[in-house]
Design a protein around this ligand. Structure first.
Ligand code: ATP
Length: 223
């Protein structure tokens, strides 16, 4: 089964040069796939292009062997944890309602679901914050709430944009252990951008590396 594949893919923004030299790849095994490279080389842009949030400048992306014409079609089974500062700061949902979104818009919420939300919040050191407004949380707390929301949605694919940067070392380890378990036991395929994999190399199944050489286009290699 192909989780994600991309062919001759160039990413970037309209009326600008592509950020990367076109490249192809396919991921057909669950695991944690690290996306690494210097600041500003295009990692977040690649992630958003894979998710269908940004149109490729060239090439195509398939999820579960299906081309992604728009994000709405692919949202089932896919969770995205953006950088915490990318979330609208005027977002006035309570933390509990924010995490509840993980069940999806059509889910009929039961007593056991509320219990699950509260347990997940406790697991991520957010007990007591459930009635607080999401935008009042610290950066690390926002990241943990976004992780809780993603995990509650029971994704088959999970995309995370630099979650380790805002977490303390204890939460970093908790996150990596959780992701590792999800990939092994629930066969979740995880793509994760970060600059802090040095302590977690053994968790990684594959790497997508951006390399920018002076005066040349950035090349991307998937190993
Ligand atoms: N909406 C946008 N319109 C035009 N250019 C953009 C837009 N968003 C980002 N860029 C530019 O695209 C380039 C790549 O940005 P991107 O956020 O993908 O980098 P990154 O590798 O994730 O960086 P970092 O490690 O700093 O988070 C940067 O030069 C950035 O200024």
């Amino acid at each position: 089964m192909s989780y994600l594949s991309w062919e001759n893919l160039a990413v970037g923004y309209p009326n600008k040069h592509p950020l990367i030299h076109p490249f192809s790849g396919e991921v057909n095994q669950p695991g944690i796939y690290a996306v690494v490279g210097q600041n500003g080389c295009g990692k977040s842009t690649l992630l958003k292009t894979w998710l269908g949030l940004i149109k490729p400048l060239r090439g195509k992306v398939c999820i579960n062997n299906m081309p992604i014409p728009n994000a709405h079609d692919i949202s089932q089974g896919i969770a995205y944890v953006p950088q915490f500062h990318a979330v609208n700061r005027y977002f006035h949902l309570t933390v509990q309602d924010f995490v509840k979104q993980g069940f999806g818009p059509h889910h009929n919420l039961m007593e056991s679901d509320i219990e699950k939300i509260l347990n997940t919040l406790t697991e991520w050191q957010l007990a007591g914050y459930e009635k607080r407004s999401f935008h009042e949380l610290s950066g690390g707390q926002k990241t943990r709430a976004m992780i809780a929301r993603a995990i509650i949605s029971k994704p088959k694919m999970l995309f995370l944009d630099e979650p380790l940067a805002s977490l303390d070392s204890c939460c970093q380890l908790q996150l990596m252990d959780t992701l590792f378990e999800l990939s092994k036991e629930k066969k979740v395929c995880i793509f994760m951008i970060d600059h802090h994999f040095e302590n977690f190399e053994s968790y990684i199944s594959g790497k997508i590396t951006f390399t920018r050489r002076h005066d040349q286009e950035t090349s991307v290699v998937f190993i």
